[in-house]
Design a protein around this ligand. Structure first.
Ligand SMILES: NC(=O)c1ccc[n+]([C@@H]2O[C@H](COP(=O)([O-])OP(=O)(O)OC[C@H]3O[C@@H](n4cnc5c(N)ncnc54)[C@H](OP(=O)(O)O)[C@@H]3O)[C@@H](O)[C@H]2O)c1
Length: 213
């Protein structure tokens, strides 16, 4: 039991998307267990605000997760570390497929899917063999609602990618967490009444976690 308590002590953890929401909550939780946290996002002000709520040894780095070169530089800059968490994502725009512009649907994959894919590519030389990678999917993959075509596609693609990477990168563990409806800025573009309806509807399925290998 004592050993379990210490499992994250002094481990270096990079959280891409760590300036807000689920990523920041993760940063606080692992920092409370003694981990050394590096939060990464695209906005310096949000990082500075987030660092106020983390221990003094936490660091922040600004990158745009849709830029391959910036992701590569990030891992070169940090050097060796233990765990990667990827929660970066933009505000949701839900639309029925008939009203969905293909270019904007494609663009939505950039941070959420291709950013994670790129991070996994460049993390391999730097991550500890006993470490782990945790990616983010979403309940939309398994339990979609009307208007969720893009979110459902990304969530399902992320699960497939995670399984493939768990095979390829072992002994590094690769998992995907699929959140239900979590109160964060992600939903800020949706009217409050719609948000409440959604939360009520998905209340009982609010946490789905897919653990692979
Ligand atoms: N909340 C939910 O109900 C829910 C449900 C299912 C799935 N998810 C997924 O879970 C993940 C986290 O969601 P959340 O609710 O925590 O969202 P959030 O509160 O909006 O946080 C998103 C994080 O991503 C960062 N980010 C956005 N664009 C970025 C970019 N180009 N480069 C680097 N960082 C970027 C943001 O920081 P900056 O703005 O500082 O860049 C922020 O730290 C997302 O992939 C989301 O789609 C969430």
């Amino acid at each position: 039991m004592e050993q379990k308590k210490e499992i994250l002590k002094d481990k270096k953890i990079i959280i891409i998307g760590g300036s807000a929401g689920i990523g920041l909550a993760t940063a606080k939780a692992v920092a409370a267990k003694g981990a050394i946290v590096i939060i990464v996002s695209s906005n310096q002000q949000r990082i500075s605000n987030a660092l106020q709520s983390l221990p003094k040894n936490a660091k922040g780095i600004v990158i745009n997760a849709s830029d391959e070169r910036q992701i590569k530089n990030l891992f070169e800059q940090v050097g060796s570390f233990d765990h990667l968490v990827y929660t970066a994502g933009e505000n949701l725009r839900l639309n029925n497929i008939a009203d969905t512009e293909i270019a904007s649907a494609q663009q939505f994959f950039n941070v959420r899917y291709w950013g994670a894919f790129t991070a996994v590519k460049y993390v391999a030389p730097h991550i500890s063999k006993s470490g782990s990678i945790v990616l983010t999917g979403g309940i939309a993959g398994a339990r979609p609602n009307k208007g969720w075509s893009v979110a459902a596609s990304i969530a399902s693609a992320m699960e497939g990618f995670t399984r493939a990477m768990a095979m390829e990168l072992a002994p590094v563990r690769v998992n995907v967490v699929s959140p239900g409806i979590v109160r964060t800025d992600l939903w800020s573009s949706m009217p409050e009444t719609d948000r409440e309806n959604l939360r009520e509807r998905y209340f009982f399925t609010s946490i789905v976690s897919v653990s692979v290998y």
